[in-house]
Design a protein around this ligand. Sequence first.
Ligand SMILES: *Cc1c(COP(=O)(O)O)cnc(C)c1O
Length: 395
Amino acid sequence: MKKLPDAKGHFGPYGGRYIPETLVKACEELAAAFQAVKKDKKFNEELRYYLGAYAGRPTPLYEAKNLSSHFGCGRIFLKREDLLHTGAHKINNTLAQGLLAKRLGKKRIVAETGAGQHGVASATAACVFGLKCVVYMGAVDMERQALNVYKMRLLGAEVRPVHSGSKTLKDATNEAIRDWVTNVEDTHYLLGSVVGPHPYPAMVREFQSVIGNETRHQILKLTGRLPAYLMACVGGGSNSMGIFHPFLKDRNVRMVGIEAAGEGVHTHHHAASITKGRPGVLHGMKSYLLQDKNGQVLLAHSISAGLDYPSVGPEHSYLKDSGRVIYQAVTDREALRGFELLTKLEGIMPALEPAHAVGYLPKLMPKTKRNDIVIICLSGRGDKDMGTVQEHLKV
Ligand SMILES: *Cc1c(COP(=O)(O)O)cnc(C)c1O
């Protein structure tokens, strides 16, 4: 398998750099800095320190025996990213990019956020590294996610409401890019997933690959074998790329990416950009995109705000076309059932995003044999979703 992306950030026909002239230099500078720190011993030691002592790595790989017995087929393991500081895998990327921004001599970071999770993780990293932090957030999202707005402000970040378009994540991303264009000299754009122009998809993949590297080491140590299946939810696609990437060459490891089917992929209320989208350009990259027949970007819907993005990282589009990864869509209802199952059987309340991956187990497990290992990336904890869960599940 050839090494991807190529020097210009292409994963086959996807990825690349669809950006204004004013950002070319910044992207090139960032790509060069990323190449340099990848091999820099001091950077990697410092990053390992923060990921360990501050964020709580390595995260455990837990065998969910009750959940496994429930299905009576293969063995299910959970990669516990939910135990990290700030409650999800996002901190892996924000600490790494924060450290890189400091390296580049930047004084300020800008970030986009939908649900506010990436905003909080960015504001947290800004605290640690003494950077000024501005977070762009759609006005509608600010209302829906008031607690995260409050947290970002407590952390010292400035949260700027975005009133254009649908007033959600897609519009906040446009504003963050606009800010970066204007202030590129002293500002780093801290993008939250494996999306955007080159080098972001490759860089965020690298910073999240710590998930898969640890998983590989842990499962070999625990069982002496590689898993039959890896499964992760796909929003922009960073926790899934992070766990998949170190296993891509292992042809016997099957991988399933779970998108949000919302109220169903046959309705207009879903976020299944791979299942239902067509290739198009958004936020500086080419990838599968939810669009109408005139190429207008459609609004995504999911019960979990973190999966609510109308496109997906370009490497996922490539992996879908090549058949290396299978993508399936799981509805809001199935995800809630996944949440309930993991809570009742294992005492673990997952975020609604990875609850989608748990929600696919009833379809996956009957295909497994007793000795097959299934690993789910449990990308975050459920505390942030208690309000939503309470609206849907009666006790
Ligand atoms: C943001 C988020 C996601 C989705 O983002 P990816 O880039 O697809 O990983 C998934 N799970 C949790 C807990 C999140 O906060």
